[in-house]
Design a protein around this ligand. Structure first.
Ligand code: ATP
Ligand code: MG
Length: 458
């Protein structure tokens, strides 16, 4: 008995790393022609050069769930340089993880070398900060180690297009069937290594409909403040993925349920605490999800504008009460709200420019006499401003008659348009004129009252 045991030890049998469950095509049904041509070409080329290569991560998960993957990741034992040498249209990117982007036409496949599972230590290529967050991680390893370094069991499935087998090291297929989002390893340690995994949990729970496993869920609320140590660019990437996933409404609900919203959208709770705010955000998220699922483009600027609008309205009122004329007060409010947001997570300039345009257009929709409606129609971003007005109507903030008027006005012929103009001076106009400072005719000087007080009377 003892001799047999020692024999097994020395033959290495007892030290063998965990073996994957290999699931044949007959039990999962994912045929190689259901993966993208580019992912197929990448795995075939690598395998032809004696490297191992698998489709991995979200694509395998989404195919098993019956969905269509947005993009493909490939894992291989070839180093980034070896991959780079095999594909003419490819480039090495990344610092934290060095990966290779292989381009085939418009499609990009991300190819990563199997990561090792060594403890954080500067000497072996991994560097962590004082909270345990991994800053750089370029240690290569085996396929099994790579599986263990992934976040959730359902994201650690490897599909080999040549054999049509799935290699499953962490019971991901069983978790998919049980509809469980289960973290590989000890959840708290994995969140400390990379707090973005908490946001990924919320996003994946929303997009897959799986339930976050209680062990993975429990530490999130307590560890949520660790998001403050993550670089803003990564947080913004992850937030945008959530907002543009086609499941934004559910994603935001998950963020709030887990207490993760403070680190990314600090003003959201206040916005959602009042009924009109909640309705506006719900309408914006629903419209975004419908557009994404219909394959239409969506504008992050528009979405952020709706998430923060009620805060802008509240600040606008405060600035006016302090004596600022209406339009300058609106601009002060926009700056104030964007500054508050930026303390946690700055929104990129290209989006804030859109947001400001959309916000600044809103009071102009209330003027339906003279030349103003014609001028507004010519605004290059009229469509976005108008869609935003409709959301405000839907939320009950603005009378729906105003949205309907603009709908008719846009589509009417010249004669009908002039008939539609609201006759007589608009309420408040004379008073505004008196308040306008002398010689000031820039945008900010054109005084208009907040929509909240005028939305129902013009
Ligand atoms: P998506 O559908 O958004 O592409 P995904 O799961 O494929 O979802 P990616 O960001 O493309 O997400 O990552 C690919 C894979 O890399 C994941 O499935 C997972 O295995 C691994 N991964 C990504 N981010 C992390 C992380 N923060 N920690 C551990 N593993 C990760
Ligand atoms: Mg992916």
């Amino acid at each position: 008995m003892i001799t047999r045991f020692l024999g097994r030890v020395f033959s290495g049998q007892l030290f063998k790393p965990p073996q994957p469950k290999i699931i044949p095509f007959g039990r999962h049904g994912i045929a190689r022609d259901s993966i993208s041509a580019c992912a197929l070409r990448v795995t075939q080329t690598l395998q032809h050069h004696e490297f191992s290569a698998f489709v991995v991560g979200g694509a395998v998960r989404d195919l098993l769930l019956g969905g269509r993957p947005k993009d493909y990741d490939v894992a291989t034992d070839a180093t980034p340089e070896e991959v780079r040498a095999l594909f003419r249209r490819s480039r090495v990117i990344g610092r934290r993880f060095r990966i290779v982007h292989v381009m085939c036409g418009p499609e990009i496949v991300e190819v990563s070398t199997f990561r090792g599972a060594n403890p954080a230590d500067e000497s072996d290529g991994r560097v962590a900060d004082e909270h345990g967050r991994i800053l750089r991680d370029n240690v290569f390893g085996t396929q099994e180690q790579d599986a263990t370094r992934r976040d959730f069991s359902i994201n650690a499935l490897f599909y080999d297009p040549a054999t049509q087998e799935i290699w499953d090291y962490h019971d991901g297929v069983a978790d998919l069937r049980r509809r469980r989002l289960r973290m590989i390893g000890e959840p708290e340690a994995r969140y400390r290594e990379d707090p973005v995994r908490m946001l990924r949990a919320a996003r994946l729970a929303a997009s897959t409909g799986l339930e976050i496993d209680p062990r993975a869920r429990k530490p999130i609320r307590r560890l949520a403040p660790l998001l403050a140590n993550v670089p803003a660019a990564r947080l913004m990437d992850e937030l945008l993925k959530l907002l543009l996933s086609g499941h934004a409404a559910d994603g935001i609900a998950h963020l709030r349920r887990e207490g993760l919203q403070h680190g990314v959208l600090p003003l959201l709770d206040r916005v959602m605490s009042e009924r009109a705010g909640e309705r506006l955000v719900a309408a914006a998220l629903k419209a975004t999800d419908q557009r994404v699922l219909a394959g239409k483009p969506v504008s992050p600027g528009f979405l952020f504008a709706s998430l923060l609008w009620r805060e802008v309205l509240a600040a606008w009122k405060r600035f006016e009460e302090k004596g600022e004329p209406a339009v300058p007060a609106l601009y002060s409010a926009m700056d104030h709200v964007l500054k508050r947001q930026a303390e946690k997570l700055p929104i990129h300039n290209r989006f804030t420019a859109d947001m400001k345009e959309i916000w600044a257009m809103q009071p102009r929709f209330l003027h339906r006499s003279g030349k103003r409606p014609y001028r507004l129609l010519q605004h290059p971003r009229f469509r976005a401003g108008y869609d935003f007005l409709l959301l405000r109507c839907e939320s009950g903030e603005v009378e729906s008659a105003i949205g309907e008027w603009w709908e008719r006005f846009q589509n009417a012929g010249e004669a009908a348009r002039s008939q539609m103009l609201v006759q007589g001076a608009e309420p408040g106009r004379r008073r505004r004129r008196r308040r306008r400072p002398r010689g000031r005719n820039d945008e900010r000087g054109k005084s208009e009252k907040p929509a909240s007080t005028r939305g129902t009377n013009s």
